[in-house]
Every structure is written in C-alpha cells, then in structure tokens.
Ligand binder design. Structure first.
Ligand SMILES: NC(=O)c1ccc[n+]([C@@H]2O[C@H](COP(=O)([O-])OP(=O)(O)OC[C@H]3O[C@@H](n4cnc5c(N)ncnc54)[C@H](O)[C@@H]3O)[C@@H](O)[C@H]2O)c1
Length: 325
C-alpha cells in the first residue's frame, strides 16, 4: 500500500479552487436525472446526536455510476456552535476510486455542503418556480442564506432580495455583502413576515429544531411563489405548509425516514421528489398561480455530484497535500 496516496484538501484548498455555482448546479441536475432513472445508490443517512437532540453527525454515502463517483460524507450540524464562534456545519468527505474502492481523497466538506444545498434549491426552483421570479426572501442570513441566493441568482432574473435574521446585525452584514457580490438590491428587514410577503422565491435557513417554531403563517406566501425549506419544517406553521399546491422533496425515502424520527409531522402529501421532477415523470409548476414548496433534506448524491469537480480541479491545479495510505 505504501505507493498509494490520497489527496487531502483543506477548507481553504477547496474554497480557493474556483469551482463555480453554475458548475455545481449542472452537476446536481445530472445527478437528479440519474436518481429519477433509478441509477443512484443512496441509503437514507444514519446519524448520532451527541449531547443534545438538535445536534447531529450524519453518515452520507452515495454512488452515482454516470459520474463515476462514490464516497461518504461525515457531517456535523451543531445549532449552538455560533456561541463558540464555530460554524454550524463541519465535516469531511471521503471520495473513493469506483474501480478499486481505494480512497482517492479526503476533503473538508463545508464548501461542498454550502454550495450543493444552494444548488439543490435552484434545481428544484427550475421545475417549481415561475421563470420570471425576481424577488427573493431569505430567512437566516448565514452560510446557507448566502449560497441559496447565489444559486437562485444563477437561474432567475433576480432584482431584489429581502433578508431577515434573528440577529439584526447578521441581516445587515448579509445585505451589504450580497448586494455587492451579486449586484442586487438586498435589504435587511426586521420582521420575518416582511421577507416572505411580496417574494417570488422564499428560503428559510435558520436552525433545524425538532420542535418547529412555526413562525411563517398561512397567508404570507404569495400566490405563484416558491419556497425552499433548507431548515426542514422548523419555520412553517402547518396551515401555511398546507397552502402549497405542490409540496415536494429531494428524496421520498429520506423524508419518510425523517418522519419516523419525529420531523415533518402533519405535512401536505408529497407531490414528487426531485428525481421525478428532473426526468419529467411528474409535472413541476403548471400554472403561474400555484404556490410550490420543496423540503430538500440534503442528499449524499448532492455531495457525490460535486466531489469529482473538486477532485479534478485540485489535481489539475496542484492544490492540496498528498498523503500515504
Ligand atoms: N437541507 C439541507 O440540505 C441542509 C444542508 C446544510 C445545512 N442545512 C441547514 O441549514 C441551516 C443553516 O445552516 P448554516 O450553515 O447557514 O448556518 P449558519 O449558522 O451559518 O446560519 C444560520 C443563521 O440563522 C440565524 N437564525 C437563527 N434563528 C433564526 C430564526 N428563527 N430566524 C431567522 N434566522 C435565524 C442565525 O443568526 C444565523 O445567522 C441549518 O439548519 C442547517 O442544518 C440544511
């Protein structure tokens, strides 16, 4: 084994590669079509919950033959980490050679998780949102709030965004940063309702809590709007969810798995998963008036769609550190 090596990629290595959001969106689109055709292997993610039921560390394996990609992500989410000045999401991804099974790379997964989750919202929105959507409402102005807006901006003619955070200084910083980065008019709002009412695209990206705080009420989501529940069902009152004409997810098996674990109680029936939307087996939006919602849980296939882009770019550019197996 002494002549076998793997490429270790730190957060900074991955972040500096210059893989773009448009590339990540394209990779996810391929992966979801493959999933719709039944050509992806991906068991629902098992997890442990150290010290607090809202903390998680999940194991997320997947194999996508069309992308020659197999591996596992070991990812933690700790809602109180901000009190220690640490990120909510941390972890590593092990990427394997599909022919031999040998590990080819160990990479920090924070950048991949941030980008692929935003991209999954955008891919869902491609099928479920109005193509002329121009105003976004973002609730939770952290990592996901940023990448979700960035991804939506790739696919939609966005002009404005309204940003809400329980910590007003986070919303203000977000508004400054994102206006400059994306060239949009991004304003901080002081009430959650102001971020939802009048928005074509709504993303909730606060902490995932087992007991939903159910802040978003019926009547807030506009006719014709689309919402992505990055923080699962935490933000939404049940009558507000039930206003959806089409309620979708990225993977039905994982949604059922989460329901058994106590999340997503009393939600509307599932119209389609993202594989079915991507292959056209189920229709996406059919009229400009429908309210559409997706609860994307975050799948190992998202990560394994992006890992090859990262690995190839790193090898091409000489990034990272080679380690002996
Ligand atoms: N579905 C998925 O695929 C997926 C993937 C990754 C992360 N997540 C989830 O996305 C969420 C955000 O993750 P992140 O990495 O952006 O975290 P982050 O800590 O970077 O950002 C979270 C932000 O939410 C704010 N916040 C807290 N409570 C809020 C509330 N009630 N209303 C509005 N804002 C509130 C915080 O002040 C913070 O700015 C987490 O729940 C995480 O588990 C989901």
């Amino acid at each position: 084994m002494s002549d076998h090596r793997l490429l270790y990629l730190s957060y900074a290595d991955v972040d500096n590669l210059g893989v773009t959001m448009a590339q990540v969106i394209d990779a996810l689109d391929i992966a979801f079509r493959e999933k719709g055709l039944g050509k992806v292997e991906m068991p629902p993610k098992p997890g442990v919950h150290p010290t607090n039921p809202d903390n998680f560390i999940h194991a997320m394996p997947a194999y996508i033959p069309a992308l020659q990609s197999a591996g596992v992500k070991w990812v933690a989410g700790y809602p109180d980490n901000y009190k220690r000045d640490l990120p909510y999401i941390t972890g590593l991804l092990i990427w394997n050679d599909v022919e031999t099974g040998l590990p080819l790379s160990v990479m920090d997964c924070v950048w991949i998780t941030a980008m692929r989750t935003g991209a999954a919202t955008a891919v869902s929105a491609r099928y479920l949102a109005r193509p002329d959507s121009s105003t976004a409402g973002i609730l939770g102005c952290g990592v996901q709030g940023r990448t979700n807006l960035e991804a939506l901006n790739v696919l939609f003619p966005l002009k404005k965004a309204k940003a809400y955070d329980v910590r007003p200084e986070m919303a203000q910083r977000y508004a400054r940063e994102m206006s400059e980065r994306l060239g949009l008019e991004v304003t901080a709002v002081t009430e959650p309702r102001a971020a939802v009412v009048g928005s074509d695209l709504v993303v909730t990206a606060g902490p995932i809590l087992k007991q939903p705080h159910a802040t978003i009420k019926a009547g807030w989501l506009e006719e014709g709007a689309f919402a992505s529940l990055v923080d699962y069902d935490t933000y939404w009152d049940r009558p507000a969810l039930k206003e959806a004409s089409k309620f979708c997810t990225d993977d039905l098996a994982q949604l059922l798995y989460y329901q058994r674990a106590g999340y997503f109680q009393d939600i509307p029936p599932i119209h389609a998963d993202l594989g079915e939307l991507a292959t056209g087996q189920k229709p996406g939006r059919e009229t400009p008036e429908e309210r559409t919602i997706t609860a994307n849980l975050g799948l190992a296939l998202d990560d394994m769609a992006v890992a090859p882009l990262v690995y190839k770019k790193a090898v091409e550019t000489g990034a990272g550190t080679w380690l002996s197996l």
